[in-house]
Write a protein of this length. Sequence first.
Length: 160
Amino acid sequence: MQRRMSDLAFQDYYPDDVSHCYGCGRLNEHGIQLKSRWDGEESVAYYTPKPYHTAVPGYVYGGMLASLIDCHGTGTAAAAGYRAEGRTMDSQPPLRYVTAALNVNYLRPTPLGDPLEVRGRVKEVKGRKVVVEAWIIAGGEVCVRGEVVAVQLPEAMRQS
Ligand SMILES: CCCCCCCCCCCC(=O)SCCNC(=O)CCNC(=O)[C@H](O)C(C)(C)COP(=O)(O)OP(=O)(O)OC[C@H]1O[C@@H](n2cnc3c(N)ncnc32)[C@H](O)[C@@H]1OP(=O)(O)O
């Protein structure tokens, strides 16, 4: 069945050459394949960690949580970059963002087994840089807060 455009997540628009990321690449069969969308002025994604994403028994591994902040942040940055240019994510030329900086604060243990809600808000769009704050909610409580600085790849590093 053909999907409506509004069903597509930010990551579904990534060109193939940036769709192998472990966290968000739709072409990485071993990865998380995170899907982020706008929810008003915020962005949102959902993911339920697997039983093997364990830190101490019953709680989610911090590296997994950092990956969620990272890839929801870069996805939100990409969407914000297109929005700042007044165009849709399927328009040309494609924008390619990478993580320049990632800060993660673990506020309380994140229970393993519940669906996690990952939310984001754009703090700044300036030139090639987008700063996104992101947080993870489990069981109605914010367990993790972070910030992502995403920067568009310099022209010289683009392969297409
Ligand atoms: C639809 C398709 C979507 C495609 C989206 C694809 C998503 C894939 C997501 C993958 C997520 C990853 O894991 S990516 C893999 C991990 N990341 C990487 O390997 C990146 C390695 N680093 C680099 O390649 C480089 O350092 C860059 C490209 C990030 C930046 O280098 P540059 O291009 O020379 O940057 P530069 O001109 O100096 O800086 C530009 C602006 O960014 C700021 N800036 C630069 N680095 C930092 C930093 N660490 N912390 C804070 N701010 C920084 C500068 O102050 C400046 O701000 P101002 O002065 O203008 O204010």
